[in-house]
Ligand binder design. Structure first.
Ligand code: ATP
Ligand code: MG
Length: 321
């Protein structure tokens, strides 16, 4: 048995995750799913969004399928996703962006940089410390090089012309790329954000620091048809966590109109994590065939509901095999 923790979270997480779960269940009868409740809904009900018991439940799983959680502006509320990333040491955020003629994977450092959490106010200034460590850079560089070795080449996204901390980041990435025998180039992040839209076919694996990766991958999301299409993985040395790039989208929650493709594709990444390339390809193909028949949720210009899209994918899967 492979034990999969399922966190629906909040908002459209309650709609897209059940679809992803039923697709995974259809191809992997050996998956044993168990629910873990996390998020704002739980906080409103119990006063706690996530506690040490929750973290222990997540750690006990072989992988985690996660929806999205709402983070309210409430000052007493700590972001659950940041806590989970920290407690499970999920240092690599992997975001594939694919479409006609391009196939890019953005590898974003997930634990340091401008999201170090080291922040303070002093008289008329507010400061956030950007920490880039050798250890943090090396492990993300190795992760990116492992991917790039199975693919084509590596682009190191940076701003080393301005930031000393990025000089360190680039140095370490170069060392690891040379050690792994991976062809690489360095690009300034601002120019890269434009060029990825103009010439997406030029890019393969891109490694970059925390906030740059966040911005770059949302920018690149435009290429893939929007937020409803983009999956991601958060990986550490021990734990693996799969979630759509989008958030809980409270504006469309509860209406059965959310696009479940990002969640289904997060499930595909989970299958690949277990080296199940056969089922991963089968699910991808089923999604592609469903779209090709014109079955689409409203964000893609269609009229199909979230659940009905999921049922159509399941039908394709049962025909295909
Ligand atoms: P959160 O605070 O949880 O991130 P948000 O309001 O920022 O919530 P996002 O989920 O980040 O919302 O989405 C931004 C916009 O993109 C939303 O207005 C939503 O309508 C749209 N969107 C996001 N995900 C999907 C999806 N799966 N299908 C359709 N539209 C989506
Ligand atoms: Mg958002």
């Amino acid at each position: 048995m492979v034990r999969i923790a399922v966190v629906e979270g909040d908002g459209i997480g309650h709609e897209v995750i059940p679809v992803a779960r039923s697709v995974l269940g259809a191809v992997r009868p050996d998956f044993e799913f168990f629910d873990v409740e996390v998020g704002y809904g739980r906080w409103e009900r119990t006063g706690s969004a996530c506690d040490s018991g929750t973290i222990a439940d997540l750690r006990s799983a072989d992988a985690i399928l996660f929806g999205a959680v709402t983070t309210p502006p409430d000052p007493g509320y700590r972001s659950v996703v940041l806590q989970i990333r920290h407690d499970l040491d999920l240092y690599a955020n992997i975001r594939p962006v694919r479409g006609e003629g391009f196939n890019i994977v953005i590898v974003r450092e997930n634990t340091e940089g401008l999201y170090s959490g080291i922040e303070w106010r002093e008289s008329d200034r507010a400061c956030t410390l950007r920490v880039i460590s050798e250890k943090g850079s090396r492990r993300i560089a190795r992760c990116a090089c492992t991917l790039a070795r199975q693919r084509r080449h590596l682009t190191i996204g940076n701003k080393a012309n301005v930031l000393k901390s990025d000089v360190l980041f680039v140095d370490i990435c170069r060392q690891e790329a040379e050690r792994a025998g991976v062809p690489y180039e360095t690009r300034y992040i601002d120019a890269l954000c434009l060029d990825i839209l103009m010439h997406p076919d030029r890019y393969d694996v891109i490694v970059t620091t925390n906030i740059f990766g966040d911005i770059l991958s949302d920018t690149a999301g435009y290429l893939a048809g929007g937020l409803g299409m983009l999956p991601s993985a958060n990986i550490g040395d021990r734990y693996a966590f799969f979630e759509p790039v989008h958030g809980s989208a409270p504006d469309i929650a509860g209406q059965n109109i959310a696009n479940p493709i990002a969640a289904i594709r997060s499930g595909v990444m989970l299958l690949r994590h277990f080296d199940d390339t056969g089922n991963a390809a089968a699910v991808e193909e089923a999604v592609g065939k469903t779209l090709a028949k014109g079955i689409r949720t409203p964000d893609l210009g269609g009229t199909t509901g979230t659940r009905e899209f999921g049922e159509a994918v399941l039908r394709e899967l049962s025909h295909g095999t």
